[in-house]
Ligand binder design. Structure first.
Ligand code: NAP
Length: 257
């Protein structure tokens, strides 16, 4: 179904992810070292998936790797990779390394994100603008382009982008971050439209909503962290979009909350 205009879609209220729903699937998660991505990687592994963990901090990647092993889940793979790298060749090499071990990719969660400076546009530093755009937009394009052949090799694959409320309605002082999330919504719609009827790849986005992570705490230092749900509480939509239950869903921007 083409739902390119479906913003704010919700997971069906009766959806429950079966214990082994993701068995036999391989899912790459960016920003798997912390926050929402860490929780998503753990949830996918707990439901039987082999997860490829991509993040910047080796120490944090090792910690989640150990936690997944302790679950008795399929053995994950960890790839330290800085998404601020901006050469095409680096991403092609990354895809080659992934493809050597995993010739088929059933899922790609594009979750890593950078908040950047919270100031008026007129005062944003060029370097900060470029860093946010590189991590939140350009790296996603380069990852998709280089990983598409592996996703195409799957009988059914799911690409999930990560959006934000400020990527649907611009807000003062959200700067490059907000603009990058508008671009993310746009990239999702373009790719979903291209995949519709021609491919077994479905493409959607999730707006997590206010979630208690390092990024939220940095954005709202005066807020009590307990005001917001933790990442584990918003996992149903992350599971749904990787589960066969969503195989006909394409071009939607979901709300996790
Ligand atoms: P977080 O706790 O700050 O985690 C961000 C993740 O992105 C970390 O794993 C981090 O890796 C990774 N990352 C950042 N820069 C990177 C780089 N250059 N290369 C590789 N990895 C990099 O953030 P979060 O709250 O979980 O956010 C996850 C996603 O949800 C983001 O796209 C964010 O914009 C979106 N979101 C969050 C909220 C919220 O309230 N939390 C609301 C709306 C949207 P390291 O740990 O290795 O640095």
């Amino acid at each position: 179904m083409n739902q390119s205009s479906n913003v704010g879609t919700r997971v069906p209220s009766d959806y429950v992810c079966a214990g082994n729903a993701l068995a036999g699937r391989t899912i790459l998660v960016t920003g798997a070292s912390d926050g929402i991505g860490r929780s998503a990687a753990l949830s996918y592994a707990a439901h039987g998936a082999t997860v490829i963990l991509l993040g910047r901090s080796v120490e944090k990647l090792e910690s989640i790797y150990d936690e997944i092993e302790a679950l008795g889940a399929p053995q994950p793979a960890a790839i330290p990779f800085d998404l601020e790298q901006d050469t095409e060749e680096t991403y092609e090499e990354l895809a080659r390394v992934v493809g050597e071990q995993f010739p088929v990719l059933d899922g790609l969660l594009l979750n890593a994100g950078l908040l950047g400076e919270r100031r008026p546009l007129g005062q944003l530093r060029w370097n900060d603008w470029q860093r946010v755009m590189q991590v939140n937009v350009n790296s996603q394009f380069l990852l998709i382009r280089s990983l598409l052949p592996l996703l195409d090799a799957a009988p059914q694959a799911s690409v999930v982008f990560t959006s934000s409320g400020v990527g649907r309605r611009g807000k003062a002082y959200w700067g490059a971050y907000a603009v990058s999330k508008f671009a993310t919504e746009g990239m999702m719609q373009v790719l979903a439209s291209e995949m519709e009827n021609t491919s077994a790849i479905r493409v959607n986005a999730i707006n997590p909503g206010a979630t208690n992570t390092a990024m939220r705490r940095a954005a709202y230092p005066a807020e009590s962290p307990d005001n917001n749900p933790g990442p584990a509480e918003i996992m149903p939509v992350y599971l749904y979009l990787m589960d066969a239950a969503s195989s006909a869903v394409n071009g939607c921007s979901f709300d996790a909350q």
